[in-house]
Ligand binder design. Structure first.
Ligand SMILES: NC(=O)N[C@@H](CC(=O)O)C(=O)O
Ligand SMILES: [Zn+2]
Ligand SMILES: [Zn+2]
Length: 345
């Protein structure tokens, strides 16, 4: 038996949803993670500090007795966002960051930003107070191939924004390409990236070979193998600019298994098992703590958790439910397509 004890991890990009779905998924995150950055793409989105306060209260009310978990709230940037409301929400400690969705880029992003010029006053205020901007980094131009949308975003939107406002601290969320890894690695300051569990484990073949597999479809869509290898190298490097954001994004099965399936993969249950597997394969178990427990807090200006979790490698493969059953319906759990021997003790 092999064991690994690390500071209790945090999830720096998580979709908890609301209502019955939230009640169904929250305990799975709270079991393994101390804190998570909570994505604001509800319907309607979490736009104002009052929205964030109410959503935070609903999350804490849904937390089962005896579980400890701290939701770190975000605001959904719209073209009507008030810079003063954002600044007040940050200085009071209610809100950690602001999320930028290019309008139409992903699930529930229709209220997102069409023109960065319009939101510049908000971004300037955030730069002045050191509040991070979290970016879903894909262009939405229908002429751009979906597999190129992250790389084109970096060249045509992110890089110009960073030149225009170098003091703004930016997290490039769920980075999926070697272009993204290289861009973050080359940055001198004020740029970091979250990496999901599933993008370390699957490439686009998982979605398309042998039939269409909706449970492997997410945005940004998984890319070719060379990109997955670049992500694994970055995640296991120990480089403090790369950290875990699972992007666990539950949708009920009927909304995944249909003619126009939703984007999102539900990994809250088995992320730590999968990560231990990946880091062991890469000969980097000693750097799992950096990726899952240390680099994120450093970037967000927080202390690492003082509690620990222990991962144990079993002789036999471990298992988890194929689906969970929420009040909204069944949600399929990410299947990494290979036996995993690690579990949280
Ligand atoms: N990642 C996804 O495929 N889906 C996310 C949205 C997002 O993070 O882009 C969701 O909210 O379902
Ligand atoms: Zn996203
Ligand atoms: Zn997401």
């Amino acid at each position: 038996m092999v064991e690994l004890t690390i500071p209790r991890p945090d999830d720096w990009h998580l979709h908890l949803r609301d209502g019955a779905m939230m009640e169904g998924v929250l305990p799975h995150t709270a079991r393994d993670f101390a804190r998570a950055i909570i994505m604001p793409n509800l319907v309607p989105p979490v736009v104002t500090s009052a929205d964030a306060q109410a959503y935070r209260d609903r999350i804490l009310a849904a937390l089962p007795d005896g579980m400890r978990f701290t939701p770190l709230m975000t605001l959904y940037l719209t073209e009507g966002t008030d810079p003063e409301d954002v600044a007040a929400a940050h200085s009071s400690g209610l809100v950690t960051a602001v999320k930028l969705y290019p309008a139409g880029a992903t699930t529930n992003s229709h209220s997102g930003v069409r023109s960065l010029d319009v939101v510049m006053p908000v971004l300037e205020k955030m730069a002045a107070i050191g509040m991070p901007l979290l970016i879903h980094g894909e262009v939405t131009d229908p002429a751009v191939d979906i597999f190129d949308r992250e790389a084109v975003f970096i060249d045509t939107v992110l890089d110009p924004l960073r030149k225009r406002l170098p003091e703004l601290r930016i997290t490039l969320e769920h980075v999926t390409t070697s272009n993204g890894v290289d861009y973050v690695s080359d940055a001198q300051a004020n740029l970091a990236a979250s990496i999901t569990t599933h993008h370390l484990m699957i490439n686009r073949n998982a979605i398309l070979v042998g039939g269409i597999k909706p449970h492997y479809y997410c945005l940004p869509v998984a890319k070719r193998e060379s990109h997955r290898l670049a992500l694994r190298k970055a995640a296991t490097s120990g480089d403090a600019r790369f950290f875990l954001g699972t992007d666990s994004a539950p949708h009920v099965d009927p909304l995944k298994e249909c003619g126009c399936g939703c984007a999102g993969i539900f990994t809250a249950i088995n992320t730590l098992s999968c990560l231990a597997h990946v880091f062991e394969e890469e000969g980097a178990l000693d750097r799992l703590a950096a990726f899952a427990s240390l680099n994120g807090p450093t970037w967000y200006g927080l202390a690492p958790n003082s509690e620990t979790v222990t991962l144990v490698k079993r002789a036999e493969p471990v298992s988890w439910p194929a689906k969970i059953f929420t009040g909204d319906g069944p949600v399929t759990v990410f299947d990494p397509l290979l036996p995993i021997h690690w579990e949280v003790a």
